[in-house]
Design a protein around this ligand. Structure first.
Ligand code: NAD
Ligand code: WQD
Length: 346
């Protein structure tokens, strides 16, 4: 039996793939490579010394997805595939609704057809909108402030309806806070196409001299130092959370959601200081306007994941900075041995 990873060539999916392979699972990966490269697949195989089937496949293509389920005995699905850029989602809402919602709909239909009813879904802390208080626990009211967030919310609701209709489904909704870091081998990491939207890859690109300086989006928030506070979590901690969720699904039906965060908030200035500590590099920055849609502070209460899944984050902020920096220095252009995606339609 295999675990199917949709979007398994992406930042988080690739780290979960390594974690699963290292723990003896068989996996099958599907990804349309819209936001990732084929080289990731080679690197996962090198790192783990294990092979697995990979399909360059879009979730819009239900027929080919059906074939994957016909060809492999799939036991559970980890569903990472989706578009994730908040700003882009405001400009192209329909692309986000189509890709994220229809993609999930197609996936659930094929899963139903083959009787595969265990799913781990990649949700986001963005579903809490602007939280009324901190830390955020899973019972907080949900809302969306942009189309990307709305797709996550809609998918969560769709999955809940599915469970109401058929109680034999087992679904774990994992709400990630701010994933950063990279595998400690330096072989896989986050490889943004174009200027990074997120803080950590921006910092590492400034440190590497690829960008002149960091713009800090607002220093007048009601936080300790005025800059935005977030719950950064190492991507390898996230990956171990997925294994715990998978184990949980084996013995539980229904749907439940879990925050995956450290429970600790750090400001943008904290991040710059932590990065300097591990790299010795001073990050030049300029304070600019607040970024529209940003909240002042956001961090998790992760007690539920600890109590129910037996999971907690163990990596420190220094680990996150060190591993992000190693990834950047050892892969200055990201995944460079790029194979043109157009020749990969196998
Ligand atoms: P990513 O873009 O690196 O990975 C997503 C992968 O899905 C990419 O490889 C992309 O090519 C693929 N994909 C997208 N649409 C597809 C489709 N229709 N068919 C097949 N493949 C498709 O993103 P990530 O950071 O690894 O995020 C993974 C998941 O976690 C996403 O659903 C994202 O919304 C969610 N998430 C990410 C963050 C974050 O900050 N990185 C935070 C919270 C939630
Ligand atoms: C972190 C802090 C910025 C860049 C986003 C999505 C969220 C989730 C995770 C998917 C904030 C500040 C950033 C920069 C800065 N993704 N910042 N200069 O906004 O918390 O969350 O990624 O689900 O949905 O919204 O993360 O890394 O963009 O920002 O000052 O160049 O860094 O204002 O305070 P965010 P981020």
């Amino acid at each position: 039996m295999s675990i199917l990873l949709t979007g398994g060539a992406g930042f988080i999916g690739s780290h979960v793939a390594v974690e699963l392979l290292d723990h003896g699972y068989d996996i099958v990966v599907v990804d349309n490579l819209d936001n990732s490269q084929m080289e990731v697949i080679t690197r996962i195989q090198e790192l783990t010394a294990k092979g697995f089937p990979f399909y360059k496949l879009d979730l819009m293509d239900s027929e080919r997805l059906d074939q994957v389920f016909a060809e492999h005995a799939i036991e559970a699905v980890m569903h990472f595939a989706g578009l994730k850029a908040v700003g882009e989602s405001v400009e192209k809402p329909l692309a986000y609704y189509e890709n994220n919602i229809t993609g999930t709909l197609n996936l659930c239909k094929v899963m139903s057809k083959y009787g595969v009813k265990q799913m781990v879904f990649s949700s986001s802390a963005t579903v809490y909108g602007t939280p009324a208080s901190l830390p955020i626990d899973e019972s907080f009211p949900l809302s969306a402030t942009n189309p990307y967030g709305r797709t996550k919310l809609m998918i969560e609701e769709m999955l809940a309806d599915l469970v109401v209709s058929d109680a034999s489904w087992s679904i774990a909704v994992l709400r990630y806070f701010n994933p950063v870091g990279a595998h400690e081998s330096g072989r896989i990491g986050e490889s943004p196409m174009g200027p990074p939207n997120n803080l950590m890859p921006y910092i590492t690109q400034v440190a590497a001299g690829k960008r002149e300086q960091l713009q800090i989006f607002g220093a007048d928030y009601e936080t300790m130092d005025g800059t935005g506070v977030r719950d950064y979590i190492h991507v390898c901690d996230l990956a171990s959370g997925h294994l715990k969720a998978l184990n949980y699904l084996k013995n539980h039906t229904g749907i439940d959601s879990f925050n995956l965060g450290t429970g600790v908030g750090y400001s943008v200035l904290d991040m710059i200081a932590a990065f300097r500590k591990v790299s010795g590099i001073e990050i030049p920055f300029q304070i600019s306007e607040r970024r529209p849609g940003d909240v002042a502070a956001c961090y998790a209460n992760s007690q539920k994941a600890q109590t129910v899944l037996g999971w907690r984050a163990v990596k420190s902020l220094e680990d996150m900075c060190r591993d992000s920096w190693r990834w950047q220095t050892e892969n200055p252009e990201g995944y460079t041995e790029r194979i043109p995606n157009t020749i990969l339609n196998f």
